[in-house]
Every structure is written in structure tokens, then in C-alpha cells.
Design a protein around this ligand. Structure first.
Ligand code: NAD
Length: 485
């Protein structure tokens, strides 16, 4: 153990009804440092019974919370934004320890994650309906917005703070209560966040946190309960499909932020230097472990060699190591299994005829590391173009025409992020309309923004997080038919 002080040891437990408590039977599980596999600490391992008690607390708090003035809900979020910002170093360090990303990257996530609280602090006071006259005359039509009710949030390990705040922020603003189940790989950040929200004034029962290694059993039990009204999930498409089916029984509302297979298109008229800068961000943010990560580089033949050479030089210069060490650019992947997946995909691509320009191996020794890698001449049909790599590998495929590029980009079951690099405005407009993705980044490798609606289509899910749209996921509309005056 490393003697973690943040979150405090008494907070490495369940948070239910405003109290820190042990799990049923005192069960605990270990949280590991992916840089060397060592145990960071242990956390209470919530059972199904614990989760149901958390839902009891959320249900009990719901009606008072819905009646709490919007300004008060917003002020809590605003205070939480200030507190996270003041404690950015603590959050960055714990996130780096449990997830592996560098401290500098983790600071970036702290700023991004906190921003959802600031944005929804401002949106809490802008929830409104409308008043209109019946088109036929006479009666009036009134709409009002109400919180959907108690929610279940299931979050992944790759962005332990931001994937939580972009659900919690709009839910708090809308007047919903919630049970949060963080990924068992990275529960510490969420526990620290629960403590911080309490300090910011969030009443007991509004937010409950149940770390657990029994994810399936816990979510199944909660979703079988008709008091739960909404499920928001961020994670893999496979698990998302299971949850959508489970939600059908009680017809819970669902938001699904699932996997991606982002194409990164570089046209012959692109600024190649800018495209390489964008590629480094879109590929290497979070060591490639992002649902928005550029997964397939589609590059016009005229600039492919130049782009690949420059990208390989930048990728090859990155220093791989422990996320907390100075000078490190690329931390470990989350698990050994993640490294094996990357190895399998790179191996298959090379067998299919791809050339390794830089990298291509997992270093020996402790920790789940993989070298930043660039592959050129990857055949379109190679597995690496169909699956999420979730690692620091950039496979490049060459194209000749815009139509070919668009067809290849859309040739995936996924539809989350996409990126295009071109200096031609007419082409930009054509692409924005032709690409079947929830998000299109133009001449930029970074699209995440708390003020923007983040989300996908097709197997990447549905629902939007962030922006004006994000709060709608937590509101129901009531229509009131009024007689004419
Ligand atoms: P995962 O689906 O294995 O796990 C995500 C969460 O679901 C974790 O909390 C896990 O404990 C829980 N879970 C696992 N099995 C479950 C089950 N049967 N029932 C209920 N909960 C279950 O995904 P992961 O490996 O943690 O995360 C990586 C995936 O998440 C990638 O596919 C990535 O693209 C996706 N992701 C998507 C977004 C987005 O916004 N679209 C953001 C980040 C990550």
C-alpha cells in the first residue's frame, strides 16, 4: 500500500444516504497501479443488498431534491467546480495512480471534468417550458419540465472524473437523485468526488456511490426495480446492449455512450503539420484509451508518406513510463489484457501487409506498457480497422478520392467521433453532412467540450452529454391543456 490520503481511508467505502459505510459482510477489493501492478489500496465491495440500499436512499431524497430551488442546485455545482479546481493536483495524482495517465494529462481531465459542473450550474436556472395558443384558437398549451427521478450511472475507467461529472452535473441541475457505480479499476476518483460534493452542500441521498466487483448483478437488481427511472451508461457497446435490453422491462429512460472507431481523414489540400499536431492529440490523449481516439488514419496518397514520416518522428520521440514521473509522455495501459489486444491487432495488421514505421512492441518488464506505434499501408479489411484499438497505435490506410475516403470512414458499425483535415470549405461542408458520426472535428484533434453535445449514432449509442442537450436527458415534459380565457 502507498498510504493514500486522497480520498481519505474512511472514504474508501460505500457512500449511501450521506454516510460512509462498509459493504455487506465487510467485503473489500484491491485497486491496482497499472504501472507496476502494486496494490494502491482496498475499497469496500458493494453487494446487491448494498446497492438496493443506495437506491432506497436516492428514492427517499428524490422529492425534496426536486423541490430544491434551481439556484440552490446550481450553487452547489458551482461550489463543487471551485473545489475541484482548488484540488486539481490531488485529483490529478489519484487519477494518474489508479488509471495510469500522466499527471499532466490527468490535470487536463480535471479541468474538463470540472467544467461540466460549471456549465450545469448555469443551466440549472434555465429549465423552462412554453406557453402557446392552440393553433385552432381557444385553449392554451403549457409545458413544464420535471426531473425524471432516481438514476443509475455506470462509468468506465478511462476518464474516472469526467465520465462521472458529465452525468452528475446535469442530473443535479435537473433535480434528479442517483446511484453511481464507478469502474472497479478506478473507484478512488469517484469516492473523492462524492466527499467533495458533500462539502459543496449536496444533501444526503442525492448522490450515492457503490464501488463493486459485481457490476452485472448490481445493475440487474437496480434496473429490475421500478423506482429507478433512468440509466446512463458509458462503456463498451457489448455491455450497453445488455443494459438496453434490461431497461426494457421497467421502460427506464436510457443514455448510452458506447464504443467508437473514429476515422481521421487527411486530404491532399490539408496543412500536413496541423494534421500531425491534431493526430497526436486525437491518437495519444489518454494513451489511445479514449472512445474518441483516432482509430483509423485515412490519408490521401499525395501526402501519406509525408504525414506518416512526421507522425512517426513525433510518436517515436515520446517517453513511455510511469504516469507520475517527470518527463513521461505515455503511461501504461489499464491491464495486461489491454496490451494483449493491441499486440494481436498489430500482429494481424503486419500479417495482412502493413509496415511498422515506428514502435510495434510491448516493452519487457512490469506494468502494462506498449510503445507508440505507426503502421503504414494497412489494408482496409484488416481487423485493426474494424475494432477499437484502445492503445497508442496509429494505423494508416491510403485513399485516392473523397468518395472513397467517405465510404471507408462510414464502413464501421460505430458512429461516435470523426476528424477531417482539409483547407477546402466546400469539402468541409460535404464531409460534415456525409460522415455518419455524432461528432466531426474539423482541423482539430480535440473535440471534447462541456458546452457541446457529446454522443454517437449507430453502435456508439444514443443520448447526448454536455451542452444544452445534456440536461434534457434528465427531464420529462408534462403538457398541460388549459382552457381558453
Ligand atoms: P465496460 O463496458 O467493460 O465497462 C464500463 C462499466 O460497465 C464499468 O463500470 C463496468 O464495471 C461496468 N460493467 C461491465 N459489465 C457490466 C454488466 N454486465 N452490467 C453492468 N455493468 C457492467 O467498458 P470499459 O472497458 O470499462 O471501457 C471502455 C469502453 O468504454 C470502450 O468501448 C470505450 O469506447 C467506451 N467509452 C465510451 C465513451 C463515450 O462517451 N462514448 C467514453 C469512454 C469510454
Amino acid at each position: 500500500m502507498t498510504g493514500l490520503e486522497f480520498p481519505a481511508p474512511e472514504q474508501c467505502r460505500l457512500f449511501v444516504g450521506g454516510e460512509w459505510r462498509d459493504a455487506d459482510g465487510g467485503a473489500r477489493f484491491e485497486v491496482h497501479d497499472p504501472a507496476d501492478g502494486s496494490v494502491l489500496t482496498e475499497v469496500a465491495d458493494g453487494s446487491v443488498a448494498d446497492a438496493v440500499e443506495a437506491l432506497d436512499a436516492a428514492v427517499a431524497a428524490q422529492s425534496d431534491w426536486a423541490r430544491t430551488p434551481p439556484r440552490e442546485r446550481g450553487e452547489i455545482l458551482r461550489r463543487a467546480f471551485e473545489l475541484i479546481t482548488a484540488r486539481a493536483d490531488d485529483f490529478a495524482r489519484v487519477m494518474s495512480l489508479e488509471m495510469g495517465k500522466t499527471v499532466a494529462e490527468a490535470r487536463g481531465e480535471v479541468a474538463y471534468g470540472a467544467e461540466f459542473f460549471r456549465w450545469y450550474a448555469e443551466e440549472a436556472v434555465r429549465i423552462h417550458g412554453r406557453w402557446m395558443q392552440n393553433p385552432a384558437g381557444g385553449s392554451r398549451l403549457l409545458t413544464l419540465k420535471r426531473p425524471v427521478g432516481p438514476c443509475l450511472f455506470i462509468t468506465p475507467w478511462n476518464f474516472p472524473l469526467a465520465m462521472g461529472t458529465r452525468k452528475i452535473g446535469p442530473a443535479v441541475a435537473a433535480g434528479c437523485t442517483m446511484v453511481v457505480k464507478p469502474a472497479h479499476e478506478t473507484p478512488l476518483t469517484m469516492l473523492a468526488l462524492a466527499a467533495l460534493l458533500t462539502e459543496a452542500g449536496l444533501p444526503p441521498g442525492v448522490l450515492n456511490v457503490v464501488p463493486t466487483t459485481h457490476a452485472a448483478a448490481v445493475s440487474e437488481a437496480l434496473m429490475a426495480d421500478d423506482r429507478l427511472r433512468k440509466v446512463s451508461f458509458t462503456g463498451s457497446t457489448a455491455v450497453g446492449k445488455v443494459l438496453v435490453k434490461q431497461a426494457a422491462d421497467q421502460l427506464q429512460r436510457v443514455s448510452m455512450e458506447l464504443g467508437g472507431n473514429a476515422p481521421f481523414l487527411v486530404f491532399e489540400d490539408a496543412d500536413v503539420d496541423a494534421a500531425v499536431d491534431g493526430a497526436m492529440v486525437a491518437k495519444m490523449r489518454n494513451m489511445g484509451e479514449a472512445c474518441t481516439a483516432a482509430n483509423r488514419f485515412l490519408v490521401h496518397r499525395a501526402v501519406a508518406e509525408e504525414f506518416a514520416e512526421q507522425l512517426a518522428a513525433r510518436m517515436g520521440a515520446l517517453r513511455v513510463g510511469r504516469g507520475q514521473d517527470d518527463g513521461v509522455d505515455v503511461g501504461p495501459l489499464i491491464t495486461d489484457k489491454a496490451v494483449r489486444t493491441v499486440e494481436r491487432l498489430v500482429g494481424a495488421a503486419v500479417e495482412d501487409g502493413a509496415r511498422v514505421v515506428v514502435g510495434g512492441t510491448a516493452p519487457e518488464g512490469a506494468g502494462h506498457f506498449y510503445e507508440p506505434t505507426v503502421l503504414l499501408d494497412v489494408p482496409a479489411g484488416s481487423d485493426i480497422n474494424a475494432e477499437e484499438i484502445f492503445g497508442p497505435v496509429a494505423p494508416i490506410t491510403v485513399f485516392d478520392t473523397e468518395d472513397e475516403a467517405v465510404a471507408r470512414a462510414n464502413d464501421t458499425e460505430y458512429g461516435l467521433a470523426s476528424y477531417v483535415f482539409t483547407r477546402d470549405l466546400a469539402r468541409t461542408i460535404r464531409l460534415a453532412e456525409a460522415l455518419q458520426f455524432g461528432m466531426v472535428g474539423v482541423n482539430s484533434g480535440l473535440i471534447s467540450n462541456a458546452a457541446a453535445p457529446f454522443g454517437g449514432v449507430k453502435a456508439s449509442g444514443f443520448g447526448r452529454e454536455g451542452g444544452f442537450e445534456g440536461i434534457e436527458e434528465y427531464l420529462d415534459t408534462t403538457y398541460v391543456a388549459l382552457p381558453g380565457g
